[in-house]
Design a protein. Structure first.
Length: 135
């Protein structure tokens, strides 16, 4: 059976977009409440009855969340131009190293939601197929 496990994580961070057009509001320093959705998809192991432990997803995410939470994203190596798309790629690069050992693939895809008047939220859902394991 094929299953998809989803785990969200959130963090607060500031950034600016240095490559936005001159005068664009995103060239100024501002912050967001980010929500990142990580999906791991693959076949259930018939012996264990699961794809992997949700704790494994949490353990892979937590070091990244700590690197991002309450930081200025543009100061993090690889995020000098901290667009949602570049942030997704940055997270993908680091999480994929962790999940390459597991079967199937995991995914994230970027989706921008309109900000409410009270809270400025950025939702990130990046989707990128993971190479199939030959094991």
């Amino acid at each position: 059976m094929q299953v998809r496990l989803t785990r969200d994580f959130t963090f607060e961070a500031a950034h600016l977009l240095p490559k936005a057009p001159a005068g664009h509001k995103c060239r100024r320093l501002h912050g967001h409440s980010f929500r990142v959705e990580v999906q791991v998809e693959g076949k259930v192991d018939p012996e264990t009855g699961w794809l992997l432990d949700y704790g494994d997803i949490r353990d892979a995410i937590e070091p990244l969340r700590l690197q991002l939470d309450h930081y200025y994203l543009n100061e993090i190596q690889g995020l000098e131009n901290a667009t949602s798309e570049n942030l997704c790629a940055w997270i993908w690069d680091r999480l994929s190293r962790h999940f390459l050992r597991s079967r199937g693939w995991w995914s994230m895809r970027p989706v921008r939601r309109a900000a409410s008047t009270r809270v400025n939220k950025e939702d990130l859902r990046c989707r990128k197929p993971m190479p199939r394991s030959t094991v």
